[in-house]
Design a protein around this ligand. Structure first.
Ligand code: LLP
Length: 418
């Protein structure tokens, strides 16, 4: 994992001291480096497009900020969307409907209608969904998500491809389901699988690709020719300083080899979410309290699991630094804890950090993926702001919510009003 530069003991993010960004926009705030975001997109696209016709469908569940989507739209991205809200947000950012694919699970008829009415193709997850879709819209092309029987991920909670998973068409039903779709008159374009999120090794992707290419050939024998294979997302990124990046070239070479050697498929689709946005963004939070609890020392900050839930939810590791004491020697180990009234509210455990003081700017690394998008109003705390930095210039891309805005959709019946 890469680290940042420092000037006069302060961390510099995309050309700006983090203290300046925190002073101008307040904390907590997610801060994104536009250039890094663009580089990540280009890295993954160029790794694969060397070998095959490649389409990147950014998994926007990782981060749906309209400015971020607009940047990725400029790069030419397609989208993996999972809800009507995500589809509408991507359309609002200017991404055309024919570059969006909808891969839902346990999808209602209302959602199928809304998505297809917007002209977005469906990646069908079950036989039930297929039969219901046939009654709603048969005009748009479709593909199928299959359960490959291969899983990988940073936590059991995000492994999706194993046998018995709630996601996808179970292996034994795949051919039958495609044949049924043909009988129903659908234009069937592809096949999709997603093994899980945040895995760091190439092998599970290759195992999944073996299953996908075998299925493509079996379908061909049954008179069904496909145009693309979609390998889902799941490219892991390093969260720790001593961890290496996954070798994208090795991944691309190996999976595309399996496709070109075994099938006549010409197009590969990938759905990276984490890889594109994760290390483009840090979470800036301020130290508001310092406590020595005897057996433990705490840095109390103004972001809790309402702002970044990954450590509490998955025990995820996010690297932490004190931005205004960058490079200074650590004095002791600290837990970094937030303002939420639960003992599970922490951002990091046992981190060696320089002497913290109230007012310090604490920087949480790798916060761009599943950071803001999983944040909540728990404890009636407003959602935080988001900032974009490009070429040493910072711009607000999401205003901090107000408490009043949280009341907007609540109704107190007349009889209870004082
Ligand atoms: N495609 C499909 C069908 C997916 O379900 C996902 C993620 C992706 C692509 C993108 O995966 P990525 O490239 O980002 O690994 N909240 C968790 C991650 C959940 C991922 C869910 N699906 C976290 O914070 O680690």
């Amino acid at each position: 994992m890469k680290d940042y530069e420092a000037k006069d003991g302060t961390m510099i993010f995309a050309g700006l001291p983090v203290t300046e960004i925190a002073d101008e926009f307040g904390t907590p705030a997610y801060v994104t480096d536009e250039q890094r975001l663009r580089e990540n997109y280009r890295n993954v696209y160029s790794a694969f497009s060397k070998y095959m016709d490649t389409r990147i469908h950014y998994a926007c569940k990782a981060n749906t900020n309209l400015a971020i989507l607009s940047i990725l739209n400029q790069e030419g991205t397609g989208i993996d969307a999972v809800s009507v809200g995500e589809v509408m947000t991507c359309l609002k950012a200017g991404i055309p409907a024919d570059r969006i694919m909808y891969t839902g699970v346990n999808v209602s008829d209302a959602e199928l209608k809304a998505v297809t009415d917007m002209g977005v193709m469906i990646n069908v997850d079950s036989r039930s969904e297929l039969e219901r879709l046939a009654k709603i819209n048969k005009k748009l092309p479709i593909s199928f998500r299959i359960t490959p029987g291969v899983g990988s991920g940073h936590s059991d909670k995000v492994i999706t491809g194993k046998k018995g998973s709630k996601f996808g068409i179970p292996k034994n039903d795949v051919i039958k389901t495609y044949l049924r779709a043909k009988e129903l008159g659908f234009d069937i374009k592809g096949i999709h699988a997603h093994i899980g999120s945040g895995g760091q090794s190439v092998e599970p992707f290759m195992d999944m690709m073996d299953v996908l290419t075998d299925t493509v050939n079996e379908l061909k024998e049954n008179g069904i020719d496909l145009e693309f294979i979609d390998m889902g997302g799941g490219i892991g990124v390093p969260y720790k300083m001593n961890e290496d990046e996954m070798d994208l070239n090795e991944l691309a070479m190996n999976v595309t080899d399996i496709i070109t050697e075994n099938t006549d498929i010409e197009t590969i689709i990938l759905e990276p979410g984490r890889y594109i946005v994760c290390d483009s963004t840090v979470l800036l939070t301020r130290c508001v309290d310092v406590k020595d609890a005897g057996v433990k020392k705490y840095i109390g900050v103004d972001a809790g699991f309402n702002t970044l839930i990954r450590p509490a939810m998955y025990d995820s590791y996010h690297y932490v630094a004190i931005g205004n004491k960058f490079g200074k020697c650590s004095t002791a180990k600290y837990d970094v804890a937030g303002p939420i009234c639960e003992s599970g509210d922490f951002l990091a455990h046992d981190r060696a950090l320089p002497d913290p003081e109230e007012g310090d700017v604490v920087v949480i690394y790798n916060a761009g993926a599943y950071g803001f998008s999983m944040s909540s109003n728990y404890n009636s705390r407003p959602l935080c702001s988001e900032v974009l930095v490009n070429d040493g210039k910072a711009e607000l891309i999401r205003e901090r919510e107000t408490v009043e805005e949280q009341w907007k959709h609540q109704i107190v019946p007349e009889r209870l009003r004082q």
